[in-house]
Design a protein around this ligand. Structure first.
Ligand code: 13P
Ligand code: SF4
Length: 355
């Protein structure tokens, strides 16, 4: 057994050992860099003044070049800042879209611009690929609210009750789960189960919002998203009072009293879709505020009101860190093989049911 462990350690190589490091490119802005990045600047010119673009452009240019050299793909969540979302990402989306698209990428290396559970999900679905996150400290208050041991305790307290776990959890928690869900498919996943009672964890507010849309008894946990729990119905009603024509659309991680005053509720992709198809003249997105900036350029004629709640974890990802990640092949995301198969099954069941 000891011999086996030693042998395994000898063959294991980090991503940096497998691919090697690349030298830091010259990040001086030149007329060529400005010319080549101009089409990308067009997408973010509403948020980045021309003077500041001189700082962004060399990073954008270098990342896009090295990404190709490394045969890497950048997946970015809808909450990433506009420079990442519009200028270096290859695939953008909500948690479900990113999980699905992670199974389809050809590239050898995935750079996950989002939080750690998203990178872990990509690794679960691509065990043979190298998955990197530009900042391994990019966590999530929901993911940190619960452990695998907590789920085992819940299962012993409620034997036979199926466990539906939000993707915003660690692989350890997913491994104890019957099926995962995201905010876009949680109701249909709960409805697909035969049991009259379902454990829907760890987001208390998401579970309370689901309970309003199903006859099943929903048991939950005390997890909260630190960004969405800050919104109150009072502040949203004040916006409505100031302008009754404003449309308010909210993420289901908000308290049910907040969702009750919204005109529409859905995942980040659902919210984007709503704005793109309905084109409300004035809209307030009750969610992380980068998202409004990301879709503003594509929805002319829609005025966005931005109560600015930023997710500090999402905002840990920056262009300089993405560049370092590509050059140094860090930080590599690995999942304990003892839990990976069971965690993968829970994610794959969700993807299968959402087809
Ligand atoms: P979505 O699945 O709606 O993108 O949500 C992920 C998330 O972290 C929301 O806070
Ligand atoms: Fe987690 Fe909330 Fe940040 Fe999403 S917005 S990553 S749920 S803390």
């Amino acid at each position: 057994m000891v011999g086996y462990a030693v042998a395994r350690r000898e063959v294991f190589q980090t991503a940096q050992q497998r691919y090697g490091r690349l030298p830091m490119p010259d990040l001086t802005v030149t007329p060529t860099i400005l010319k080549e990045t101009m089409p990308l600047y067009e997408r973010v010119k509403h948020f980045i003044p021309p003077m500041e673009w001189a700082v962004y452009a060399p990073y954008v240019h270098a990342i896009n070049r090295i990404k190709k050299e490394r045969n890497a793909v950048i997946l970015a969540h809808n909450y990433q800042s506009p420079d990442i979302f519009h200028c270096v990402a290859d695939i953008v989306g909500d948690s479900l879209q990113l999980a699905r698209d992670a199974t389809k990428v050809d590239a050898e290396i995935i750079i996950q611009c989002g939080v750690h559970f998203m990178a872990e999900t990509s690794k679960l679905l691509n065990p043979e690929k190298t998955v990197l996150i530009p900042d391994g400290e990019a966590g999530c208050s929901l993911s940190e609210s619960i452990t695998g041991a907590d789920v085992r305790m819940l299962k012993s307290r409620f034997p036979g009750v199926p466990v539906v776990t939000y993707v915003n959890t660690s692989a350890d928690v997913k491994a104890e789960t019957d099926i995962c869900c995201t905010s876009s498919n949680v109701v249909s996943i709960v409805e697909s189960l035969e049991s009259d009672t379902v454990l829907c964890i760890p987001d208390e507010y998401l579970a309370l919002n689901v309970a309003k849309q199903t006859k099943k008894k929903i048991l939950t946990w005390k997890g909260r998203c630190e960004v969405h729990e800050r919104f109150t119905p009072e502040e949203l009603l004040a916006y409505k009072e100031a302008d009754p024509n404003i449309q308010i659309i909210g993420h289901p991680e908000c308290h049910p009293d907040v969702i009750a005053v919204c005109d529409f509720s859905g995942s980040t992709a659902g919210m984007i879709n709503y704005v793109k198809t309905e084109r409300p003249p004035k809209v307030l997105l009750v969610t992380e505020c980068s998202m409004a900036s990301n879709i503003e350029a594509e929805t002319p004629g829609v005025e966005f009101v931005k109560p600015c709640n930023l997710c500090p974890h999402m905002k840990r990802i920056t262009l300089p860190k993405i560049l370092t990640s590509l050059l140094d092949m860090t930080e590599e995301v690995l999942v304990d093989p003892a839990i990976a198969d069971r965690a993968r099954l829970a994610v794959e069941r969700m993807i299968e049911l959402s087809r």
